[in-house]
Structure formats: structure tokens, C-alpha cells
Design a protein around this ligand. Sequence first.
Ligand SMILES: Nc1nc2c(ncn2[C@@H]2O[C@H](COP(=O)(O)OP(=O)(O)O)[C@@H](O)[C@H]2O)c(=O)[nH]1
Ligand SMILES: [Mg+2]
Length: 334
Amino acid sequence: MPANLTPEYLEAERKFRAATTREEKLAALEEMLATIPKHKGTEKMQADIRRRIAKLRQEAGRRPSTARHKPFFYIEKEGAGQVVLVGPPNSGKSSLLARLTHAAPEIAAYPFTTRLPMPGMMEFENVQIQLVDMPPLAPSYTEPWMLALVRQADAALLVFDLADDDVLTKIEETLLLLDQANIHLRSPSPTDSSPAFEGGRTSAPKRALVLGTKFDLPGARENMELVREWLGERFRLLPVSAQTGENLEVLRREVYDLLGIIRVYTKEPGKKPDLTAPFVLKRGSTVADIARAIHRDFVERLKYARIWGIGKFDGQLVHRDHVLEDGDILELHV
Ligand SMILES: Nc1nc2c(ncn2[C@@H]2O[C@H](COP(=O)(O)OP(=O)(O)O)[C@@H](O)[C@H]2O)c(=O)[nH]1
Ligand SMILES: [Mg+2]
């Protein structure tokens, strides 16, 4: 029985037994090797630790044989836009999905509760926006399909726990992870009229809003100031609470605005418009674009339109290249 095992060694060995990942096991073994008293009586143990380290290192270098069969999850887009909830473990993503939609994700105080993406439809006035809850983005956990989902979404909500005193580190880690995957995010400036749907793999930044969650908890307000300062011009920050519901109605509107879309209604001469069924178009769309959305032939036959909306005379005559605004009502004449 080798004597003189130090408390440091015993602690390292305890860590090894508690380790669940290869990284943790390796770190604990290295610590064991460093702290084990070096004398004749421990030679066998030292050799054994070295052998275990070598074996783990070798396994780490080899790609797991299941790598090629990793599942790939894709969420079909629905509604006026698809918005992913992105953030570290336990930041409150699933709680937000549960509060804002009819979806019923699993919510728990321990990390990595969410393992699959889950969509839900969020109502804002008369449109439905698809929110997609995601597993946490964390180093060594993020899988390619998760990044692919963020990439194909129309916008992202970056979700961080304001009651977490490490919140700045978490933000930094998350943004770095996304940056390394070539996903560049930023909040559009209020005057930005470029559409959200740049789509695909363009290098244009993806629209994003930062949500500071758990605003009801102590310390959240002070952390919010720090976060706001750290984010600077790049991101807009909205503090929310899934617990008290604070700012959740504001959030619905902000998500709508984030998408860079407008709602336009059509009517027939002498009739009232159906305000429950808007056409959803990219910001910057014209009269011709809505005619095209109705029918391809329609756009060719279109002669003029009458428009009702803010800042216009009722029934004002406009031409096909007239740029539409949210809430406009149109009578299309062919
Ligand atoms: N006090 C408070 N707790 C919250 C809030 N949002 C989430 N939580 C709690 O934080 C934990 C993690 O929430 P969850 O939604 O599962 O986080 P996720 O891992 O990001 O999906 C759970 O215990 C939630 O009840 C909030 O606004 N206020
Ligand atoms: Mg979750």
C-alpha cells in the first residue's frame, strides 16, 4: 500500500471519479500525476495514470465512429418569420418560448434540459412569428445542426441571464462561438431599411436582439447596466422576465420590428379591407411587389393603385414603384 498520498492527490482522484466527460477525466488524471508523491512505492500507480492519460488522449484524437450519423434537425419555416432563441445553458430560453407561444418545452433549473429544437408560434397583433427554442450554445456542446439553424433563421434572440454575475463572460463566449462559425450578428439601427431576408450564407450581419432575462431577480438591474455598456452600439438590449411577464408585450413588438417586415392589406372598391389577413412583405416592398404576391399575371396588368395609410390622403393614387409602409391599405386597379 503506497503511503504518503497528499490531500491534493486525493482531491484530484475524487475529481477523476466525479468526472463525466473525457476533458474532465484528462484534467483530473493530469492533476493526479502532478500531485502524486514521486517515490518507489508509487511507481506502479504513476505508470497506471500515464497509461490512462495516453489512452484518453488517443481516444480524443480519433473521431467517434458515430460522427457521420449525427442527427440533423431542421425546422420548417412558418408564419411571418423564423426567430431562433440562442444562449448559454439556463439563461431562460425555454421559459420565454413557454410564455410567448403555446409550445410546452421542458424547463428546469439544471443546464442542458433542452436537447432538441422546438418551434412555437408567437402572436403579435394579427401576425404569427415562429420562435425556435434551441439547446444551449456552449463550447464543446454545440453541434453543426445548431449553427445551421441559426444561420437559416431570419433573426436571432440572444438570451442571457441578468442575474448571473458571469453574464459578461457568457455573452463573450456565445458571440465568439457564433463568430467562429461565421455567424455575425447585430441589431439593425432604427433607420435601417434593409430586409431581414438576406438569407443563406451571405456575410451580411444577421439581425439580432439581446434579451436580458430574469430581470425580477436581485442584482439583475446592476448587471443590466454593465451588459448595456459592454454591448455598446452593436446590440439593443431588452430586459425581460418570464417570471413576472415584464416587457413581454414590448418583446413581441420588438421581434416584429427586428424582422424588417411590413403588413399590407388589400381591399376591393367600395368594400372594407380584411384587417385580420395582412400580406407580409419585406420592408421596402412596392405596390408591384404586393401585386406579384397576389398573382404573377396581376403585376403585369396593374395600372395603378389607391392607397389608405398614415401620411397619405385617403384613396391617394400611387404607381407600381410606390414604396409601401406598415399598415397601408391598397386597392389595386388593373
Ligand atoms: N426568477 C426567474 N427565473 C427564471 C426566469 N426565466 C427562467 N427562469 C428559471 O431559470 C431556469 C432555467 O430556465 P430555462 O427556461 O429552462 O432555461 P434554458 O436552459 O435557457 O432553456 C429555470 O429554473 C427557470 O424557472 C425569470 O424570468 N425569472
Ligand atoms: Mg431550454
